[in-house]
Design a protein around this ligand. Structure first.
Ligand code: ZN
Length: 314
């Protein structure tokens, strides 16, 4: 028996077949093609799932359960998406539309939550009971797992770690507040920080090409002082957010995922050094491990496919 996991993004929809051992056996994708009505989007997602099954010589009856990660606030019980800004959804019965099309049980969660759930069961969180995943991409996303369950909050909007304020009255954030972690520690923020620093030090190696996250890390590795200073300040801000999360929840593991986690130890080692003195429990014998996520883009698909594995699921 297989499960199907779907990762719905603003640009692409990916669907994957996941076996009992949580291996991603096969993956297909197609452009999301926004703008699109919820009905047409639900049709496309179901078509993609059928394409996946056909490629593997399977039928809908061979699927135990399907799950989808949606970049928005998902009300699983009501079968609605309360808010998804990329899709223009405002209280749309999108999960119900999907359920009308799929023959098997269909579960839904926020996309960052699904990715955290994937890492928890099949990636770096294997063997733990509590974990927080922080995703550094265009924004800063998060997923919280407590006692073997994805923590969704009373309204399925929990885990928005990117919108914790780390600088009161600081930079404006897309959410309407000022000084959010996302405004300082996303990939977008890293690029903005590098561009600002470059205005003061035009001799920096960063001036030689288009600036993206990778370029900042590469320039710092090559000894560029401006890039090194930008990264140091970036990691210091990220550490404030990470330490706040650890002090609040004390999970066994906090993992860093998303595009910027591709920097590996160049990000992880200084982050660990800066987080350590900020931890309230720094004198404890046991503390939260800070690691890199291990599944990459597969985390969202695998996590969505096995949303039915939450403890006490009903
Ligand atoms: Zn914010």
């Amino acid at each position: 028996m297989y499960n199907i996991g779907i990762d719905l993004g603003g640009t692409n929809i990916a669907a994957g077949l996941v076996d009992r051992d949580l291996h991603l056996v096969c993956q297909v994708s197609r452009p999301t093609g926004l703008p699109k009505t919820p009905e047409r989007l639900a049709d496309d997602i179901h078509d993609l799932a059928l394409e996946l099954l056909e490629q593997n010589g399977l039928a809908e009856a061979d699927v135990g359960c399907a799950g989808i990660g949606i970049p928005g606030t998902v009300n699983q019980a009501e079968g609605t998406v309360e808010y998804a800004n990329n899709f223009g959804f405002d209280n749309v019965p999108f999960v119900r539309l999907l359920r009308q099309r799929f023959a098997c049980t269909l579960l839904a969660a926020n996309d960052a939550g699904a990715a955290a759930w994937g890492e928890y069961l099949a990636g770096c969180g294997k063997g733990t009971r509590s974990m927080v995943a922080v995703t550094l991409g265009t924004g800063v996303g998060g997923g919280i797992i407590l006692n073997g369950r994805l923590w969704e909050g009373c309204n399925a909007a929990a885990g928005e770690l990117g919108h914790m304020v780390i600088h009161t009255g600081g930079r404006p954030c897309t959410c309407g507040r000022r000084g959010c972690l996302e405004a300082y520690a996303s990939a977008t923020a890293l690029i903005r920080r590098a561009e600002e620093a470059l205005a003061d030090t035009p001799e920096s190696a960063l001036a030689r090409g288009p600036i993206d996250g990778r370029a900042v890390f590469a320039a710092a590795r090559a000894g560029d002082e401006t890039a090194a200073r930008v990264l140091d300040a970036f990691v210091a801000d990220l550490a404030e957010g990470v330490a706040n999360v650890i002090n609040l929840l004390q999970p066994e593991l906090l993992c860093i995922g998303g595009g910027l986690s591709g920097a590996g130890d160049q990000l992880l080692e200084p982050l660990r050094r800066k987080v350590a003195p900020l931890i309230y429990s720094r004198y404890s014998r046991r503390n939260t491990r800070v690691e890199l996520a291990s599944l990459g883009n597969a985390a969202g698909i695998i996590g969505a496919a096995v949303l039915d594995r939450q403890e006490d699921f009903s």
